[in-house]
Ligand binder design. Structure first.
Ligand SMILES: [Zn+2]
Length: 376
């Protein structure tokens, strides 16, 4: 079991955005109205799970202090937070806290075995009087037998246990489960808040790039961080300056796809396919083992801008506004009509779906992909 919460060097007071939700949770705690079920809903990757973990860690920290050290001024009300040092906090950071269970789906439906683990967790008597938390991430992608088993658990009184169900699709949860939870909606973090936080965090990134990341992150703090840390701009610029230049040249002269595919594959990580001398000479981008293929998603993104510009001639609405000159050139000089670009986007989408659904040999698949693009 992995607890993300202590891996962050900030806590309640520094969660980006979600002030109303945090105040609401602190209010439940300070007025002693903790419900047995909470449902955190809202779009993916905006901080719901992190908020749930920080809330649980903070209440457990306060309960620990109240029992073992009642004379200390334990956290209360609006100052609720976790200390990061007490045995409760320490055991959360190493995954051994007996009052917190976090079920993560890692993209797969929650299985009945996980719900059975929750049952065993609840059957165990906590070592001292404390509330207990069960956090279930992606609760709406549970398979039906798991959902039924969970419902049985929710129907029985579980003492001071608080269930926090997290979902980006509350409509998929069985109404019987929904009816047992107090709903709390989360909205994407407003751009101004993200921008201010990231200006402080990354003073070296200029405003134009920060604003590009902001557009791409869609109100997600972790999404923003991921874009900065994954070298998004470096990859995008390689694609624009090498792959796209080549693609449209070959497209114009009805050439072949070998050079494009070669440049692409040498740079983007089919690790066993890259000759050693190439690897040593150049920095290559690694594909992520799971979770799709970021390079093709980036290509789609660039194609989207070329399409948008070719139909609107408006550079202000481009995502990649900082490289508008290139986008304009691809849209106008290379003789690919909006219809052709649209077709290239369709080819890319179906290619991404193919990669996600089966384990294609990626270098062969890149050849066929670029060959399809050229005949679009
Ligand atoms: Zn603590």
């Amino acid at each position: 079991m992995f607890y993300g919460v202590m891996n962050h060097d900030y806590n309640f007071s520094e969660i980006v955005g979600h002030k109303r939700q945090i105040d609401f949770l602190k209010g439940l705690y300070s007025s002693d109205r903790m419900p047995s079920g909470l449902l955190f809903y809202g779009q993916n990757n905006i901080g719901k799970k992190f908020t749930a973990e920080v809330f649980a860690a903070s209440v457990l920290c306060a309960d620990y202090a109240a029992y073992f050290n009642p004379s200390s001024s334990a956290f209360s009300g609006s100052s609720l937070n976790f200390c990061g040092k007490c045995p409760s906090c320490a055991s959360i950071s190493n995954g051994s806290n007996q009052n917190l269970f976090v079920a993560e789906s890692f993209g797969n439906p929650i299985k009945i075995e996980t719900v059975h683990q929750i049952g065993s967790f609840l059957a165990f008597t906590p070592p001292y009087p404390s509330r207990r938390f069960v956090i279930i991430d992606d609760a709406s992608v549970m398979n039906p037998s798991a959902a039924n088993a969970l419902l049985k658990i929710l129907e029985e009184p579980q003492g001071e246990t608080v269930f926090i169900l997290i979902t980006s699709n509350a409509g998929m949860l069985p109404p019987t489960v929904l009816s047992r939870c107090l709903p709390l909606g989360f909205a994407p973090v407003p751009d101004e808040i993200l921008l201010n936080v990231f200006k402080l965090k990354f003073p070296d990134i200029d405003d134009v790039k920060l604003k590009l990341f902001l557009k791409l992150a869609g109100g997600s703090y972790s999404g923003f961080l991921n874009l900065v840390e994954s070298g998004y701009l470096e990859k995008r610029d390689f694609l624009i300056n090498n792959v796209f230049e080549e693609l449209f040249e070959e497209f114009r002269k009805k050439g072949n796809f070998y050079d494009i595919s070669g440049a692409f594959t040498a740079k983007f990580a089919f690790s066993e396919k890259i000759p050693k001398n190439v690897r040593n000479k150049e920095k290559n981008f690694e594909f992520e083992a799971k979770g799709g293929n970021p390079a093709f998603e980036l290509i789609l993104f660039i194609l989207r801008d070329i399409y948008i510009y070719s139909v609107s001639k408006n550079e202000k609405i481009l995502y990649n506004e900082d490289v508008a000159d290139k986008i304009k050139r691809f849209a106008s000089d290379f003789g690919a009509s909006p219809k052709v670009i649209e077709h290239m986007m369709e080819i890319t989408v179906s290619h991404i779906e193919k990669i996600n659904s089966c384990n294609l040999n990626k270098s062969i698949s890149a050849d066929s992909y670029f060959s399809n693009l050229l005949s679009a």
